[in-house]
Write a protein that binds this ligand. Structure first.
Ligand code: FAD
Length: 335
């Protein structure tokens, strides 16, 4: 038996470990576009601010994969899935076959239209590589515009301010996807950010970005204001990374559509985590349940079910996005 799991985030790692646990003799492959060892995405803002160094963001879940005989294949971005031949093609031209496939490719942040014309002006804050690039560039910058709603915008603004940058946070409003933090918490955290010197522009959008001289940029807001900066950090909601499934026959909405067993319409293909739109048996609706804890729970269940577990995914309120690492948000911002 050969299990192929795509993506080395919490969902993919949990799926690989669960499949291994139930099927001791199987081959378990974890293929990921990442070159880095598994890491804790929620701690990336601390890496940017300098509160943590690289070893401090390693994902403990990913540490014993070799001992469990889970083969980690780095630098493998899935480009195409041939579900008739049970085969995945990667962007480096290599292929892997499977008996069972689990798609756990998470999400990618949304890029506002206005930034597309000025590619040198912005960096995302989504992956380990992004965090390292943001920190490196921020050390050479004085003024940063952070763009993004809710929790991710707050964390990016906090980290950049902690690093000593002048920070202007453009908060476009409630996230359209995922689970917003409560309005009351957001208001208190925003006040704290202001008290720390972050300038907050609420309820507006970036209308344009003008490249002044390759080092300085002028951000034009929807209200007509202009902000001179060296860098724009994009900390927006993440949408499922599933374009490579086009033409595979696997059905998708915003995410990969799976039933309560986390199985797609193709019986040997499963999906878990931020890329999966899961059927909720209680509410009788499908939705993406973004978040670290939910990704682990879904990954584990998908891994077990690929190996014959037959368990139903029941969503709990506590599976929703929450701060899982370190101190609560308000205390972080005060520090
Ligand atoms: C800065 C930041 C802070 C966050 N803080 C929190 C928090 O405090 N609490 C919380 O609950 N959530 C938080 N989140 C969200 C949380 O990180 C995600 O919900 C979680 O990582 C989802 O896990 P996943 O395994 O589904 O996907 P991911 O963690 O996104 O992992 C997917 C993996 O698949 C890889 N991949 C993508 N496409 C391909 C492909 N085509 N082929 C091969 N590999 C591919 C990616 O490189 C990645 O390694 C945060 C997110 C960010 C960006």
């Amino acid at each position: 038996m050969r299990y192929l799991i795509l993506g080395s985030g919490p969902a993919g790692i949990a799926a690989a470990k669960a499949a291994r646990k139930l099927d001791k003799d199987a081959e378990v492959l974890l293929a990921t576009e990442e070159h880095a060892a598994p890491y804790l995405r929620p701690l990336l803002p601390d890496l940017v601010s300098g509160e943590r160094e690289l070893p401090g963001v390693a994902d403990p879940q990913g540490k014993n994969l070799a001992d469990l005989k889970v083969r980690l294949l780095g630098g493998k971005r899935a480009r195409r899935v041939d579900s008739a031949k049970n085969r995945v093609t990667f962007s480096d031209g290599t292929e892997e076959t499977y008996n069972f496939l689990c798609v756990a490719t998470g999400g990618r942040p949304i890029l506002p239209l206005a930034l597309m014309g000025a590619p040198g002006s912005f960096l995302f804050l989504n992956s380990l590589g992004d965090a390292q690039r943001v920190r490196e560039r921020a050390m050479r910058s004085d003024t940063t515009v952070v763009y993004g709603p809710g929790y991710l915008g707050i964390e990016a603004a906090r980290a950049m301010r902690k690093l000593g940058n002048q920070v202007i946070w453009i908060n476009p409003g409630l996230p359209r996807f995922g689970n917003p933090i409560s309005g009351e918490v957001e208001a208190r955290v925003t006040d704290q950010l202001r008290a720390r010197g972050v300038k907050v522009h609420e309820g507006t959008e970036i209308a344009d970005v003008i490249d002044v001289d390759g080092k300085n940029y002028e951000v034009v807001t929807a209200g007509g204001g202009t902000i001179r900066c060296h860098l724009v950090v994009v900390a927006t909601e993440r949408l499922p990374n599933i374009g490579f499934l086009d033409g595979s026959g696997v059905k998708a909405g915003a995410g990969v559509l799976v039933d309560e067993y986390l199985r797609t319409n193709v019986s040997n293909i499963y999906a878990a985590g931020d890329c999966a739109e899961v059927y909720d048996v209680n509410r009788r609706e499908s939705r993406i349940n973004f978040g670290w804890r939910s990704a682990i729970k879904q990954g584990q269940l998908a891994g077990e079910n690929m190996a014959g577990g037959g368990k139903v995914y029941i969503k709990n309120a506590e599976d929703y996005f929450g701060l899982l690492f370190g101190t609560p948000l308000l205390e972080r911002v005060k520090a």
